[in-house]
Design a protein around this ligand. Structure first.
Ligand SMILES: *Cc1c(COP(=O)(O)O)cnc(C)c1O
Length: 433
């Protein structure tokens, strides 16, 4: 009789896991307040008192800035838009390079392409999966403009070393904190560690408004350039008297009053949601680390991690089973989560494929049919996107890293016990694999 579910045995868990549901009556009230006001958005794409948006948008921006202890907070309709604004605000353009992480959501790197700059990928740290300062330094050229660092999985980037590098080479640091709202580095909030930070309010993040994003910065000039790019800069710069026209081709990246009202309620809930998540991570880590071959990832010294996902290192040499086979067996013991059935059991081998392996980079096809920006006449560098350029990320992704989402605030200890039992059972009966 096989014991493992993957071979036809009984599953450890027979019910769905509860959904992550941070939305409740407070958000419902907030939405009704906006609906009843009749003003669902108040932005105007012209130099006018409504250029900066309506009351909910402006209140969210004030509250966000206060919460994260930063001078400016600027709402946008997604973190992707936020990254576009941030790169545009730096003045990057054709011929420039932007150093990016290969281990992140694709927009962290495509934000360079939007302004016809070339993303150059540096490798990641093997302990924390964020950009490695030594690898960054090896990628800096006279064409480098900015570094897009990512607080991946909720782990703040190595701000001390990377900010020092940026200062030395006169580069701006854009911090993608989409996965790290509330994480801290030496007491300072993730998102406020670089020159401009970006958060996401999409449905999958710690707190959400359906779709949405926030930018933060202490720099007045960058803040104003971001606000212009968000809302039709091209029509506004003339009447406003803006001198610097670089990248002042605007978009419509405006957040609605509805999303802003929801986001205001969500922000109030963030500290509690994070505490529960960290508690769940500790509960799991204590138990999972007893299973040979599994190592919950370390946290950087002096940091508070926000655990968008829980990273684990898998040691195939200890278990004698390749990672993907072991994890397939663990998943067979468990069940999907409510509201996200189609995504299956929320445990993954690695995270996303290293971004340079995307077809766009392999084929060097971005804008138009002439290879821009990679082979644009203004670009004098020779970027490489070959397999092997970032060996650490490839080893993590293809053989050592496991990430899972079964840590959110709506899970109970008994839900977590099932996760532990699934790993324990597969370890115990690994002979069946
Ligand atoms: C989710 C995410 C984004 C994009 O967020 P959107 O709001 O969906 O555009 C960008 N970067 C990282 C690291 C993310 O996790």
């Amino acid at each position: 009789m096989p014991r493992l579910a993957i071979n036809g045995g009984d599953k450890v868990r027979k019910e769905l896991f509860p959904a992550y549901r941070p939305i409740s009556s407070q958000e419902e009230e907030a939405v009704l307040r906006v609906i009843r006001s009749g003003v669902l958005s108040k932005f105007l794409g012209a130099w006018h008192e409504d250029f900066y948006g309506g009351p909910e948008v402006q209140a969210l921006e004030r509250e966000w800035a206060e919460h994260f202890q930063v001078k400016h907070a600027i709402s946008v309709n997604s973190a992707t838009s936020g990254l576009y604004c941030a790169v545009g605000a730096t003045g990057a353009g054709p011929g420039d390079e932007i150093i990016a992480s290969p281990y992140t959501m694709s927009a962290s790197a495509t934000s360079a392409l939007i302004f016809n700059s070339v993303p150059v990928f540096a490798d990641i740290e093997e302990d924390f999966f964020c950009l490695d300062p030594i690898s960054i330094e090896s990628r800096i050229t006279p064409r480098t403009r900015a570094i897009v660092v990512v607080d991946i999985f909720g782990q703040p980037y190595d701000a001390e070393r990377i900010n020092a590098l940026a200062r030395k080479h006169n580069l701006l640091v854009i911090e993608d904190a989409a996965q790290a709202p509330g994480a801290r580095y030496k007491g300072k909030y993730a998102g406020t560690l670089g020159d401009i930070g970006v958060y996401s309010l999409n449905y999958h993040k710690h707190i959400h408004s359906g779709e949405g994003g926030m930018l933060v910065t202490d720099n007045d000039e960058l803040a104003e350039r971001v606000r212009l790019i968000r809302n039709h800069a091209e029509s506004v710069v003339g009447p406003k008297g803006t001198g610097n026209l670089i990248n002042m081709i605007g978009f419509n990246f405006r957040m609605t009053e509805l999303e802003a009202a929801v986001a205001r309620e969500q922000l109030k809930k963030l500290p509690d949601l994070l505490d529960k998540r960290k508690r769940n991570v500790n509960y799991l880590s204590e138990r999972l680390r007893k299973i040979p071959g599994l190592e919950p990832a370390r946290e950087r010294d002096g940091c508070e991690h926000a655990f968008y996902v829980h990273p684990l290192k898998y040691r195939g040499e200890v278990t004698g089973i390749p990672r993907d086979r072991f994890i397939e067996a663990v998943k067979a013991e468990l069940m999907p989560s409510e509201m996200r059935l189609s995504e299956g059991v929320k445990i993954g081998c690695g995270y996303v494929k290293p971004l340079y392996l995307l077809p766009m980079f392999q084929e060097l096809t971005g804008y138009g049919d002439k290879g821009c920006p990679f082979r644009c006449g203004w670009y004098k560098g020779e970027v490489s996107y070959q397999q092997g350029i970032c060996p650490v990320v490839e080893r993590m992704h293809f053989s050592e890293l496991v990430t899972h989402e079964l840590i959110h605030a709506n899970l109970s200890d008994s839900d977590l016990d099932d996760v532990v039992s699934a790993f324990q059972k597969v370890w115990e009966y690994r002979g069946e694999l």
